[in-house]
Design a protein. Structure first.
Length: 299
């Protein structure tokens, strides 16, 4: 993220996102904030799942909650990585067959992770002789705060930035600056900060899209899905609300998020890969609601 990553500078017209992505260094080993946000997400899963077991009528127990956390974590990591390779990466696996395994280099896809978790739910449902939607309705409320946490990790990393903006809440993302304004092009920290303070970066301020996604895909989805936990009567409704709330938030933010450099606009000069991958979520949610409108909810 550049060489000056110890603070959020606040001396220009816009905030600059330049956090240190390393949470803790132990000799040669560095623990990154992005990994920590995944652990926080799993902690939310455990806390909310335990609350569900203790307070809602469900057939789940804590051993099963723990078992699925293992399967779900594998789904998130493997699916997220393979999804990135399939949807966003241009490197040929023939030339670099070990690319999918180098997860420490970054590159994860939410939609790939979702496919991984759905695969884990199918396996778990078969193993425990549950209906798939009964499993999904229990798991869906445990996911949004994890998404919120990981999106905050994206924000700390200064990645997935938005499109150019001059709104008062716009922010400068160092890695999104033109090459001549990159931190590595300056001789010292003081020279770089002087350029920032003089307003040279202001025209390159952007929408803080990771924060938009954290609020929409995370907090707003959390509220809507938990309303469904308390109000829904039909099987699959909770799962459908999760898919639709995440889908609406992600689809909306894609209009403000900078398209992937190697993908750009794929259709109609406005539709990004994120738009395309999110559209099936709406179709699946509608199918779930229609096909289960007469079936009572059961966890």
């Amino acid at each position: 993220m550049g060489i000056f990553s110890d603070s959020m500078a606040m001396n220009s017209a816009f905030y600059m996102i330049d956090f240190d992505p390393v949470f803790l260094s132990l000799g040669p080993v560095s623990i990154h904030w992005y990994g920590v946000t995944y652990l926080i997400g799993f902690a939310f899963y455990w806390l909310l799942g335990t609350w569900m077991i203790n307070n809602k009528k469900t057939t789940w127990n804590k051993d099963q909650l723990s078992d699925f956390m293992f399967y779900g974590a594998l789904g998130v990591i493997i699916g997220g990585r393979l999804g990135w390779v399939a949807f966003y990466n241009d490197t040929s696996l023939i030339n670099d067959p070990f690319l999918p395994f180098r997860v420490w280099e970054g590159g994860m896809s939410f939609h790939g992770g979702l496919i991984g978790v759905i695969s884990a739910m199918f396996y778990f449902s078969h193993k425990t002789k549950r209906h798939f939607l009964a499993t999904a309705d229990f798991i869906a409320p445990l996911a949004p705060l994890g998404i919120f946490s990981v999106r905050m990790g994206n924000f700390i990393n200064g990645e997935l930035w938005g499109r150019l903006s001059q709104h008062p809440w716009a922010m400068v993302f160092p890695d999104a600056l033109p090459q001549h304004l990159q931190a590595t092009q300056f001789d010292s920290k003081e020279a770089w900060l002087a350029a920032y303070n003089s307003g040279q970066f202001d025209l390159f301020a952007r929408h803080p899209s990771p924060l938009y996604e954290a609020l929409g895909e995370g907090l707003l989805a959390f509220v809507l899905v938990w309303l469904a936990v308390f109000l829904a009567k039909k099987r699959g409704t909770i799962s459908a609300v999760f898919l639709m709330s995440y889908g609406l938030a992600r689809f909306s933010v894609e209009f403000l998020r900078e398209p992937d450099a190697n993908r750009g606009f794929i259709f109609f000069d406005w539709m990004t890969m994120g738009h395309i991958l999110t559209l099936p979520l709406f179709a699946i949610a509608i199918f779930i609601l229609i096909s289960n409108r007469k079936t009572a909810r059961q966890f």
